[in-house]
Structure formats: structure tokens, C-alpha cells
Design a protein. Structure first.
Length: 213
């Protein structure tokens, strides 16, 4: 009876291991493909969510996401070739143009110097990224806005403080939440209250009886 060659029995013994290895490699490939698909899907979702936001708002959202996820923004890995192709296929957006101070004044139409000062603080925070200021920091914004300087700046600044639009704390003064709402609302509440105060009081009709002669 012929005996099988030694190499044949060894090949038969190795065959299951080879199948497992092939299956394992294929499984790893499928897992890598799924992971890559999730990465691309996440990239597209993040892009769709941020593309219509202003530049500063994008930075705030991403910074908050880093904190929530425990990610250090300085330690990113380079994107894979597939991810780079996906990025190239996405429509490119240009950086949003910042609003000028003159444009903001024309849009919100502040009617008093106190309102203008609150708007200047809003502009510093939202456009220039400067959240803290002193009185003198806002004084120069009249010229930047092409407006006549306030004749009594300290009084007008004090009015903005009394209306709770600005919290004054020397060089650490800041625009309050109420101040942000007032500016973004175009000082609508202030205009309504001014109209009420300026409305003339209605005169009561008096009837005079003719005296009988």
C-alpha cells in the first residue's frame, strides 16, 4: 500500500490554519472598510452642519466638540488618501466676510449714544473677538463707525450701564446677555418705549353749556 508523501500530510495539517488566516485577513479588511465608511460619513455630516455657519461660529462649535469628546486639537492624524479624495469632492466654501461696523450700525439703527455704545461692545465681541473692554476702548468706535463723537461720552456710557446692557468693571467691562438681546433685536423694545413716552396725552373733550339769557 502506497503511503502519502510527508509533504502532503503537512499540507493537510496546515490547510485549516491557512483558511483561518485568509478568513481573518478578510474580516479585518471588512472591518477597516466599515470604519473608513463611518469616518467619511462623519466628515460629510460635520461639513454639512458647519458649512452655513460664520467662521467664528464654526470655531466655537469645533472647540466645544473637542472638549466634549476629550480630543486635543493639536494632536490630529493626517487624513487618509480616501478622506482626502472625499474632501476634494465636497463643494468648497469661501470664508465668510466679516460685517463692518458701518454695516452693523446701518442694520441695527441705534437711536441714542447709549445704544451705539452697546452696539460697539457687541461689535468688539462678535466680530473682533474682544469680550472685555474699558470705557476708553469704546470711545474710539464713534470715529470707526463714521459717527459724530458723543458730546458727553461718560453720561452715555453710564446710561448703557443703567439699562443693564453693559456690566462695568474697569478694564474688564463686558456686554451683558440683555445687551446682546437688545442689539440683535435692533433696540426694538427701546423704540416702542420711546414712542409711548413721546405720544401726546389725549385731551378730554369738554362740553360747554350755553347760558340761557
Amino acid at each position: 500500500m502506497l503511503r502519502k508523501p510527508f509533504w502532503a500530510s503537512q499540507l493537510h495539517a496546515l490547510q485549516p490554519k491557512t483558511d483561518v488566516t485568509i478568513y481573518s485577513c478578510a474580516g479585518r479588511g471588512q472591518m477597516a472598510e466599515k470604519t473608513r465608511d463611518k469616518t467619511i460619513a462623519a466628515l460629510e455630516a460635520v461639513y454639512a452642519a458647519l458649512k452655513d455657519l460664520e467662521h467664528e461660529d464654526r470655531k466655537k462649535v469645533l472647540s466645544s466638540a473637542f472638549v466634549l469628546l476629550g480630543v486635543e486639537s493639536s494632536g490630529f492624524a493626517a487624513p487618509s488618501t480616501t478622506t482626502q479624495r472625499t474632501i476634494a469632492s465636497l463643494p468648497q466654501t469661501t470664508a465668510a466676510r466679516p460685517t463692518s461696523l458701518v454695516e452693523l450700525v446701518n442694520e441695527k439703527k441705534p437711536g441714542t449714544n447709549a445704544q451705539r455704545i452697546a452696539l460697539f461692545a457687541y461689535y468688539r465681541e462678535k466680530v473682533e473677538g474682544l469680550t472685555r473692554f474699558s470705557r476708553d476702548d469704546l470711545r474710539t468706535y464713534f470715529a470707526k463707525a463714521r459717527l459724530t463723537p458723543a458730546a458727553n461720552f461718560d453720561r452715555d456710557f453710564g446710561d448703557a450701564v443703567r439699562k443693564a446692557w453693559i456690566h462695568e468693571d474697569a478694564a474688564d467691562s463686558y456686554l451683558t446677555t440683555r445687551g446682546v438681546e437688545a442689539v440683535e433685536g435692533g433696540f426694538e423694545g427701546e423704540r416702542k418705549s420711546q414712542k409711548v413716552r413721546q405720544a401726546p396725552a389725549k385731551k378730554k373733550k369738554t362740553s360747554s353749556r350755553k347760558s340761557k339769557r
